[in-house]
Design a protein around this ligand. Sequence first.
Ligand code: GAP
Length: 457
Amino acid sequence: MSLTMEQLVNYTKNYGFVFQGSEIYGGLANTWDYGPLGVELKNNLKNIWWRRFVQESPYNVGLDSAILMNPTTWVASGHVDSFTDPLIDCRSCKSRHRADHLVEAHDASIEADGLSMDELERIIKENEISCPTCGAFDYTPIRTFNLMFETSLGVVDEKAQSIYLRPETAQGIFVNFKNVQRTSRMKVPFGIAQIGKSFRNEITPKNFIFRTREFEQMEIEFFCKPGSEMEWFDYWLNASVDYLDDIGLDKDKIRFDEHKPHQLSHYSNKTTDIQYRYPFGFDELWGVASRTDYDLSRHQEYSEENLEYQDPVTNEKYIPYVIEPSLGVERLFLSVLDSAYTEETLESGETRINLRLKPAVAPYKVAVLPLIKKRHREKAQEVFGKVAKHVMTFYDEAGKIGRRYRRQDAIGTPICLTVDDESLEENTFTLRFRDSMEQIRVKEEDLVTTIEQHTAL
Ligand code: GAP
């Protein structure tokens, strides 16, 4: 089914997935906190990604590099000079806009990404694109705005050094290329994967958690021999799509956007975005870019460290080319929830929300529910203790059993485990499955294996 953005935001807030940041102080614009269900869902998405792309990959190893880096990193990477967005101010209401977004909102057929400031200015003037906030047509000239967050290192003002919060995790990987290659004895082709926070001072953050100033990325920098990069590009694009399929993204809401030459970043010879149809329309979920040898060459130049790789068989020396699949955790979170949310009308006429998450992705795998609080509580708590050692388990004894089932359906819990009189007498329990609503009876000693079988990826 198709949800509106408002419905999705309300759902995530009401059930404890996402809260507004610093809410009791009136919030801080565009910051979000992840509640008990949100943190579990996020962790599951990250863990499955890590397992797929690090643990099970014959090619990749992991890394956790620092958010604060030597500022020369960002000169070498090109971020100081060109990590900018075109900013335009409305003189009438003082609101700020991204000039490229104004153009695209006016005419969706124009690909404003990659257009020069002169071209953007010309289109805005010729079409008299008015301010989306107040309707006036009275803008300042377009100027560039660097998206990196600047802060100071050190406590004494005069000595403090200006540094940046990283705007992508990728550069932490590039500067560690030699360390990882040498210590892990990796041979090209190989990749380094990392999950971590990135920060961008976005001019117009919007659409809930889609574009935020603080977000998390899951990135792989895959190093290969020059000339083999297109083959590896296809390999990683396919692997990315397989992962999305496995975690339950709706295939019909996915499309590919291969960048045209004028849209390519200066370092890229091919880029394809995997887009998802969010409630507000199609937009980028996962970028797969062929980054040539740009990053390693620039870091070699600025650091004066030799970053060449020597082929152990042919002794040939070269700077590897790089394929980079880069995915935002929050965008994945949004698309997974959007794909899973359903509403069904039951025979009783009641509507049930069923969050059809893949069991491996679901925040809780099992909910333990004593049928009658006073009579079954003790046994239920004992079972909770046993099952919770293996999988995330929720315990709920409040209210009618039907309502407790409905709540678990709505948050995607694949199995409800009910404790009743038979459980006390014969040590057997009812397992009720979320999607089919079928029930089976299972002996206590088989509980964990049965639950694990039904909740593995
Ligand atoms: N290292 C390459 C890189 O950072 P990007 O296209 O700028 O490329 C990669 O970002 C991914 O990070 C995007 O596809 C998106 O999922 C996520 N992302 C980027 N900016 C974001 C923002 N402001 N808020 C949330 N996610 C963002």
